[in-house]
Design a protein around this ligand. Structure first.
Ligand code: FMN
Length: 391
């Protein structure tokens, strides 16, 4: 599918329905890879897609540019964004524009000895005729953003992307639900780079932006201020009065504790979301954790460890390095020797969360009515805790 953004700027979208799993991301809605073509005296291709889309891409390039491509600006770090680069360089003879780190990434993935590179730094510009392309990057950062000065268009790589397929291509046509998709993408893909993203947002603040064109999903046009604000919040740890209660259970004791704790929190005014880990996908759990004040994780003790699904969640969250301005609460059930809540609390400490623990949250086998009443009371008190007090 091709969308003409401006007279001489095109978005070519490649839909992938068959992607089901990408890391722990459960991409059950399909995804869209966007490549962009800028026509001027010298033509530029940004973000080429996977090699399986090469034939389709060639058709578009032939149709729109008669295969004349002078520069290619790839996202160098992931094969899903540069797999067809070798073939494209061969077909078009284009120069590859990238950073020093980008070149290193490409050198290790392809035979680049005959490629012509243009190595750029943050703030550098190239003129392609009437248009100027300015580059925004960070030495440690994997992404290279390209700003077309005259058209006020930012080609943003993974930033502001979403793993979705919509027949609509521009933000407001989809509506505000697109924010939830963007949040899921940020939480699962970009969160470990939040410090770099914050730096880049400071640069973007001074740009006049008419379009933001990411390498996945819809293009931002009418909702640019809104998505920039969300990105500032997500990368700086702004949180809401929400609690995510994520847990696994076999015989439902841990689930009973989850419900009682959640009821108490809800009565105390906290917006509670439950995720039973055999029914929720990790990407949705971490999406909800992104701006939650409370991260509450429960597990039965299984073989002197946490339930495997809880183990998976802990490992996943640890790598994503969420902002530490959060309250961590562990709960669970055990039979003879408790282990799970100890491990979950250690995990919270490692992340720098404020740990709130309570003996009542760890029950031997099934919690009784009295236990559940006390757990609910615990939840009500938890709802009153002011987070900033602890930081
Ligand atoms: C496969 C298996 C392994 C278990 N291993 C332990 C253990 O190492 N230590 C322990 O105290 N309890 C152990 N238990 C007991 C459970 O922790 C206990 O039944 C708990 O109440 C289950 O919580 P649930 O109802 O939320 O599933 C084990 C149970 C199962 C089924």
């Amino acid at each position: 599918m091709v969308l003409k953004i401006k007279d001489d700027i095109y978005c070519m979208s490649f839909i992938e329905w068959e992607v089901k799993e990408y890391m722990s991301l459960d991409i059950n809605k399909g995804t869209t890879y966007n490549s962009y073509l800028i026509l001027d005296k010298e033509n530029v291709l940004i973000d080429p897609p996977r090699i399986k889309h090469l034939d389709e891409l060639k058709l578009y390039l032939k149709d729109i540019a008669d295969l004349k491509i002078d520069y290619i600006i790839p996202n160098p770090s992931g094969l899903d964004h540069n797999e067809c680069l070798e073939k494209l360089v061969e077909i078009t003879g284009a120069k590859v524009v990238t950073t020093k780190i980008g070149k290193y990434c490409l050198d290790t993935q392809f035979d680049t000895k005959d490629w012509e590179f243009i190595i750029i730094n943050n703030g550098d510009e190239i003129t392609i005729g009437n248009k100027t392309l300015r580059f925004i990057t960070d030495d440690k950062f994997r992404y290279l953003l390209t700003y077309c000065v005259e058209n006020k268009i930012l080609f943003s790589n993974e930033l502001f992307g979403q793993h979705t397929v919509y027949k609509e291509k521009v933000d407001l046509e989809v509506g505000h639900k697109i924010m939830l998709e963007a949040k899921e993408f940020f939480a699962n893909i970009l969160l470990p780079n939040k410090d770099n993203i914050l730096k880049m947002l400071k640069i973007l603040k001074d740009l006049n932006l008419e379009y933001i064109c990411p390498s996945h999903g819809i293009i931002w046009h009418k909702m640019i201020d809104e998505i920039l604000l969300k990105y500032r919040n997500w990368s700086s740890g702004v949180y809401k009065n929400t609690a995510v209660i994520a847990y696994a259970t076999i015989y439902y004791s841990t689930e009973k504790i989850a419900r009682a704790l959640g009821e108490g929190l809800a009565e105390g005014g906290v917006n509670v979301t439950y995720h039973r880990l055999d029914a929720s996908t990790l990407n949705i759990v971490v999406r909800d954790i992104l701006d939650a004040k409370y991260v509450i994780i429960g597990s039965p003790t299984i073989n002197t460890n946490v339930h495997p699904k809880v183990g998976m969640l802990l490992t996943y969250i640890e790598g994503l390095k969420p902002y530490n301005k959060k309250i961590g609460v562990a709960f669970g059930s055990y039979g003879w020797e408790e282990y799970a809540t100890k491990k979950i609390n250690e995990f919270f400490e490692k992340l720098g969360f404020k740990v709130i623990s309570g003996k009542i949250l760890t029950r031997r086998f099934a919690p009784g009515e009295n236990d559940l009443r006390k757990i609910k009371e615990f939840g009500k008190k938890l709802a009153k805790i002011k987070l900033d007090k602890f930081l």
